[in-house]
Design a protein around this ligand. Structure first.
Ligand code: G3P
Length: 201
């Protein structure tokens, strides 16, 4: 269990958005837009390909952590599912990476990968809610938060009640990390995809 958590955390803590933008000369992501290290903020550099790569890699590390956790699941009587533990650790690693003094991203793409890894149905609902809200509002944070909240609901409705507590806890974490976005949403100042935000968390 501890190995699954440690591997998940290490995998999740790889800051792909920051690395891709730094090594391609797209600038310091921390000084651009919201300062976040996720795909939405990479998009604000104007590099659509880099943003897509960040989204896919952040998603892939979440799914890979779950897969690794499943490989490590040898004890059927274990108190917790190592796949869920590794997935949760990956989201925590993305949000609080050791390498960035625990100041990471907001977890949306990595949680999508974890949801897909846990069950295709949960991941499918997550992706549909995220893309649907994004298409409707063009506000990335609203899409991400809606998808995170939908994940435990989908787990319950699709016959995976064992994943509800961990997904609910991760949704709460995602909401907490979006608190500045929530204030901007309430103020009507949250930028839409394609517009430039004011600097801030
Ligand atoms: O996935 C992060 C997104 O939900 C919000 O990003 O940069 O607009 O705070 P940002």
């Amino acid at each position: 269990m501890l190995v699954a958590a440690a591997l998940g955390y290490l995998l999740g803590s790889v800051p792909f958005g920051l690395l891709l933008t730094r090594f391609t000369g797209a600038g310091d992501l921390r000084a651009i837009g919201s300062g976040n290290i996720g795909a939405t903020n990479v998009l604000r550099t104007g590099r659509k390909g880099l943003a897509a790569a960040t989204l896919l890699l952040d998603l892939a590390k979440g799914a890979a952590a779950v897969w690794l956790g499943r490989l490590l699941a040898t004890d059927p009587a274990a108190v917790a599912d190592p796949a869920a533990v590794a997935g949760a650790a990956a989201v925590i690693g993305h949000c609080f990476p050791l390498w960035l003094r625990f100041r990471g991203g907001k977890g949306v793409a990595t949680l999508m990968g974890v949801s897909l890894g846990l069950a295709w149905g949960i991941g499918g609902v997550y992706a549909a809610v995220w893309l649907g809200m994004l298409a409707l509002t063009r506000i990335s944070s609203l899409g991400g938060m809606s998808a995170a909240v939908a994940a435990p609901v989908a787990a319950q409705l699709l016959g995976h009640p064992g994943y509800v507590p961990v997904l609910a806890a991760l949704a709460a974490l995602v909401l907490w990390l979006h608190r500045a976005n929530i204030v901007r949403l309430l103020n009507g100042t949250e930028p839409r995809v394609g517009s430039k935000p004011k600097a801030g968390p």
